[in-house]
Design a protein around this ligand. Sequence first.
Ligand code: ASP
Ligand code: MG
Length: 409
Amino acid sequence: MALYVHKYGGSSVADAGKIVNVARRIADVYDAGSQVVTVVSAMGDTTDELIDLARTVSDEPDPRELDLLLSTGELVSITLLSMALRNLGYDAISLSGPQAGIRTDNAYGRARISQVDPERLRHELANGRLVIVAGFQGLTPDEDITTLGRGGSDTTAVALAAVLNADRCDIYTDVEGIYTADPRVVPQAAKLSEVGYGEMLELAAAGAKMHPRSIELGAVYNVPIYVASSFSDAAGTLIHQSPDDEQMEDRIKVTGIAYQTNVAKVTVCGVADKPGVAAALFEPLASSGVSVDTIVQNTSADRTTTDISFTVTTDDLPRALREMSSLQDAVGAQQVINDPTLASVSIVGSGMQNTPGYASRMFRILADGGINIDMITTSEIRISCIISQEQAQEAVRLLHRGFELDDDG
Ligand code: ASP
Ligand code: MG
């Protein structure tokens, strides 16, 4: 018997009517003879509202308490969905993350799943039940509730699909799949029918709306992930291992354009140019949970001092600046400056490896559009430029057209 994991995001369960709609979709899959485990997010903007509520009583809410509070959002949606299924005559049961056997480390607000004990899930499935699991939450070894980080329900779903050896993990959302660029920015963007894990990871990390850790997990456990709309029956996008026969020359093109507008740059000026300085700066950032993206170190003319610049999300900027100012004296830095008005724009495509010319073409397109490049980074299948926030959407449109992705059909 086929087993599917379905995941429905907050917009798909935003109100009672939508929850009943989701219940019907799950019932249809069950009626067609499959087992289904469904992971849901909190209804609509519930998580944001709970965070706002916490901030009304505390400037810096305690991380343990905040996670326990946030976990309630998903408890509301799983129980309602289970009730809706029962109302339609199906045997459904809702389980919190801990009840579903999801164990995490104790990094509140960004916990990582350490293991999933699938015994309860298997037991309920064996009894012919539809199982509804709360996304985004787990239990520490000390039995405290954690959350996995914003958007973490995708990761819950793929983790369950991996341990249950599901045939597929379906992520249902309010868009019809993964596009060559954000369709709200580029109306000519085309829906991808399939995309490799590596490419999707770059697209997800660079702005498309999926939890990047879910793609990583999918790649490691080889879980096919299907992204589609919960509001239509239109075909979505399959994220999977790209078949080898497609690594042919006709794949040599850019797959998509991604962007992020919440980029801030920090520059530590005039630090000593000697071993250990970069480690001294970045180790404290890592341990305070700030994830650093682009890093540029300039060679100094006099070979005694240098400037180190790096980017973080604007959310992480206050923490990054706090760490830097407490280190400023230790590393002998002259000053720390920052710019919170930046964006990153990326071209992504596995066909770019070993093919020269993509970077220069990207820089030419941006230059012709009058867009200044602040920093540049590359991976094997991605080239990213840091530019001003104001020009980000224009850059996406220019690159989409320049790399011949516009769908004029
Ligand atoms: N409800 C959580 C959030 O809004 C988790 C999720 O939606 O995946 O971030
Ligand atoms: Mg959400």
